[in-house]
Design a protein around this ligand. Structure first.
Ligand SMILES: O=C1O[C@H](COP(=O)(O)O)[C@@H](O)[C@H](O)[C@H]1O
Length: 241
C-alpha cells in the first residue's frame, strides 16, 4: 500500500493571553461571516463547543451584522438535555438566537441508546443547508479528539464514511472525563469541505499534542491527526498558554 502524505499547511498564531486570542479570533470569524454575507447574502458556519471558544464567541455575538442571514451549527454536540450545562447548542443558542441568528441543533430528543439514530437525523437536517459551509471552527480535547471525532467504535465511520455523510452518532471509548456522554459530530468529510478552517486551543499540553499529531499525519494515533492528515486547505491554529 502506498502511503500518500498530504503536507498540512498549518499557520500557528500564538498569543500571550486568552483575551488576546479571543479578540483576534473574533475579528477573523467576523471577517469570514461578513465576506460570506457580501458574496452570497448568507453565511453558514460551524462553531465549537466546550470552554475554550467562550470568550471569542461572546465577542462575536456582540458584533453588528444581519444575523438573520447567518446559520450556525455546532461542530458537534453531547446527547444531553438542552438544560444541561454540557449542551453545546444551548450555549450557542443563548448567544446567537437573541441576535437573530439561526441556530440548528445536531441533537434533539435522543438518548445515548439511539445515538446512531440521532446522528442520522442530524445528517438529514444538515442536507437541507446551503453547502459548502463558509467556516468550520474546531476545538480539540486533551485526548486529541476534534469536534466529537473520538477514539472508539465509530472512529472509522467518522473518518472514512461516505463523502456525502456530514454527521454521525459517536460513542467515545474511552469516555472523556469532562463530558462522558454519547455525541453527534460533523464527519471528517464535512469538516474538510469547509471554505475556511480554523482551530483554537490553549495550554502547552494541547500544543505539544497537536504539533505531534500534525507531524505524524495519517499515522497519528489521535483523531485530530487523522482528520488533519487529509486537509488540503490551509488551517489557522490559534493558541494561547
Ligand atoms: O467535548 C468537546 O470538547 C472539545 C474541546 O473542548 P474544550 O473545553 O477543551 O475547549 C470541543 O471542541 C468540542 O466542541 C466539545 O464538544
Amino acid at each position: 500500500m502506498k502511503d500518500i502524505q498530504v503536507t498540512i499547511e498549518a499557520e500557528w498564531w500564538d498569543y500571550d493571553t486568552a483575551e488576546e486570542l479571543a479578540q483576534a479570533v473574533a475579528g477573523d470569524v467576523g471577517f469570514i461571516i461578513d465576506s460570506a454575507l457580501d458574496a452570497r447574502g448568507s453565511a453558514l458556519i460551524a462553531l465549537p463547543g466546550g470552554k475554550t471558544p467562550l470568550a471569542a464567541l461572546d465577542l462575536i455575538s456582540q458584533q453588528k451584522r444581519s444575523w438573520k442571514h447567518v446559520t450556525i451549527v455546532p461542530t458537534d454536540d453531547r446527547i444531553v438535555d438542552v438544560t444541561s450545562p454540557l449542551s453545546n447548542v444551548a450555549m450557542l443558542a443563548k448567544m446567537f438566537l437573541p441576535k437573530g441568528g439561526r441556530v440548528i441543533p445536531l441533537t434533539g430528543g435522543a438518548t445515548a441508546a439511539d445515538y446512531k439514530m440521532s446522528g442520522k437525523a442530524a445528517d438529514a437536517r444538515l442536507a437541507d443547508l446551503p453547502w459548502p459551509i463558509d467556516l468550520v471552527w474546531l476545538g480539540m480535547g486533551g485526548d486529541g479528539h476534534v469536534a466529537s471525532i473520538f477514539a472508539g467504535p465509530d472512529l472509522e465511520e467518522a473518518l472514512n464514511g461516505p463523502k456525502e455523510q456530514r454527521a454521525l452518532g459517536v460513542m467515545p471509548d474511552p469516555m472523556p472525563a469532562e463530558a462522558p456522554v454519547a455525541r453527534v459530530t460533523l464527519s471528517k468529510a464535512a469538516i474538510l469541505s469547509a471554505r475556511t478552517l480554523l482551530m483554537t486551543i490553549t495550554g502547552d499540553d494541547k500544543k505539544a499534542l497537536l504539533e505531534q499529531a500534525i507531524e505524524d499525519g495519517s499515522r497519528s494515533l489521535t483523531p485530530v491527526g487523522r482528520v488533519l492528515a487529509d486537509c488540503e486547505l490551509p488551517i489557522d491554529i490559534h493558541w494561547a498558554a
